[in-house]
Every structure is written in structure tokens, then in C-alpha cells.
Unconditional design. Structure first.
Length: 255
């Protein structure tokens, strides 16, 4: 994983998209230039995974980004100290707190059995497991919110860009107004552990079997469906990550 650590951006996901768009365009330009040389055969590809580095880069998790001549990894993570137009769950604006971890990354090698509609739940649960391994009592509220007790402390958003997944995660580390993480780990420690797992990602079946055992933690919460307020206690979690209510499958909750 290659890191870009920035002081301030509008949104880490939007910044990640801009970097990828510029990188692909530059790779295409270089390839076209090489194609014009009859004596050389271009080996460059214009796939989304072929990047040229932006100005600030580091191959290690370090708040002081360094310069590299080219991107050696196919995976990229943008981290920001502050977002001016971050997006939270259900399209709400992300509120900056005293200290937080905000990052977006490319998820290029999902397990083959991972249902498309459950990518956020999958990545969120893996992230939750990292925090638990560091001593936190955090849990994943269905499908993509991080909680400590009854207080929300973060969330996971997934989008698709050029047929690949982009994942954004926000985590409150210190906050007066909102809930925050119950431990004080180093940001780089969290990121390094998380991406080490995703280098050889567990299967969806492995993650689902673990999450299914913890799904009861959602039972005191509810959501709206077809004008009715339904308790998560009355919903059945299916193997593809969907909820079944009254014989109908639900993939996106209105809460």
C-alpha cells in the first residue's frame, strides 16, 4: 500500500479519484508517445491500476509524505488530517472533531465470494477486528457504522470507480460533541495492521460467520422500511449480507 498523507482536503474519496484520474491520463499520454517510436514497444498499460505518483507520496505510513519517482504498488491510500466536505452515512456531511482518522483507499483484490452489496460490511468488520485487537470494545452496527456502546464513532463508505472499489473510513479518535474511540492507538499502527490483513483478505464466508455471531448487538436499533419502523431484532441476516423482513430482501437501510 502506498500512502498520501495530506493536511486538508475536501474529501479523501474525491482526492483519491482525482489522483487516479490524473495518473491514468498521464500513463495513457506516455504510452501514446512511446507508440510513435517504431523502434520501441510500449509496455505501459492504461488500466486503472497503473499509476504515476502525485507530488506527495510515501510507501510507509508516515505523516511526512515523501517524493517517489513512480508508484511501485498498485494500491493507494489517501489520508487527511481534515476534510472540508467529507460525506458521512446516508449522505450526511462528515463533522470534523478534535482528532480523527480519515482515509480512502483502493480495494483491488476482494475475495471471490464477496457479494457486491456487502463490501462495506466486509471492510468495516475487518477494520473493527483491527481495533478490537488493539484493545477496543468497538462493534459494527449493520451495515457500516462503528459504535462503542450506543455511541457512533465512525463509518465506512464504498463507491465504485472504473470498475474498482474505493473505500472511505472515518473514525473519531477524540471528540467532545460526538462518540470517540475508547483507546488511543497510533494512526499508523491501525493502518498498517488493517492493510496487512487486506493483502491476503479473508473470505466473505469467514467474515460473515464472525459477524453473524455479533449481529445481536443490533437488536436495540431499528430502521424504516415501507413507512414502518422495524426493529433489527425482527430482521434475519442472510448469507449474502442482506436483511430479510417479511419475505423481502433489503440491502440499503433507511434509518
Amino acid at each position: 500500500m502506498e500512502y498520501v498523507w495530506l493536511k486538508e482536503v475536501d474529501s479523501t474519496q474525491e482526492e483519491l479519484k482525482r489522483i487516479l484520474a490524473k495518473s491514468v491520463a498521464k500513463s495513457a499520454s506516455v504510452r501514446n508517445a512511446n507508440d510513435n517510436k517504431a523502434s520501441k514497444k510500449s509496455t505501459l498499460q492504461t488500466k486503472m491500476t497503473d499509476f504515476t505518483l502525485p507530488p506527495k507520496f510515501s510507501s510507509k505510513c508516515d505523516t511526512k509524505s515523501k517524493r517517489f519517482p513512480k508508484l511501485e504498488s498498485k494500491e493507494l491510500c489517501v489520508i487527511a488530517d481534515m476534510q472540508t466536505a467529507g460525506v458521512g452515512s446516508r449522505g450526511n456531511s462528515w463533522k470534523n472533531v478534535k482528532d480523527s482518522l480519515m482515509f480512502s483507499f483502493t480495494f483491488l483484490s476482494p475475495p471471490k465470494d464477496l457479494p457486491k452489496q456487502s463490501v462495506a460490511l466486509y471492510l468495516g468488520f475487518v477494520f473493527k477486528e483491527v481495533l478490537v485487537s488493539l484493545g477496543s470494545a468497538v462493534w459494527l452496527k449493520y451495515p457500516n457504522d462503528l459504535y462503542v456502546g450506543n455511541s457512533k464513532i465512525g463509518g465506512i463508505l464504498v463507491s465504485i470507480y472504473k470498475n474498482h472499489y474505493l473505500c472511505g473510513i472515518g473514525l473519531n479518535l477524540q471528540s467532545v460533541e460526538f462518540g470517540s474511540l475508547d483507546i488511543k492507538p497510533k494512526k499508523c499502527e491501525i493502518l498498517d495492521k488493517y492493510f496487512k490483513i487486506l493483502q491476503k483478505p479473508p473470505t466473505w464466508k469467514q467474515i460473515f460467520n464472525k459477524y453473524r455471531l455479533e449481529f445481536y448487538k443490533n437488536f436495540s436499533f431499528s430502521f424504516h422500511f415501507k413507512g414502518e419502523c422495524i426493529s433489527l431484532k425482527d430482521a434475519t441476516l442472510r448469507e449474502d449480507g442482506a436483511l430479510e423482513v417479511g419475505g423481502e430482501m433489503i440491502y440499503n437501510l433507511d434509518r
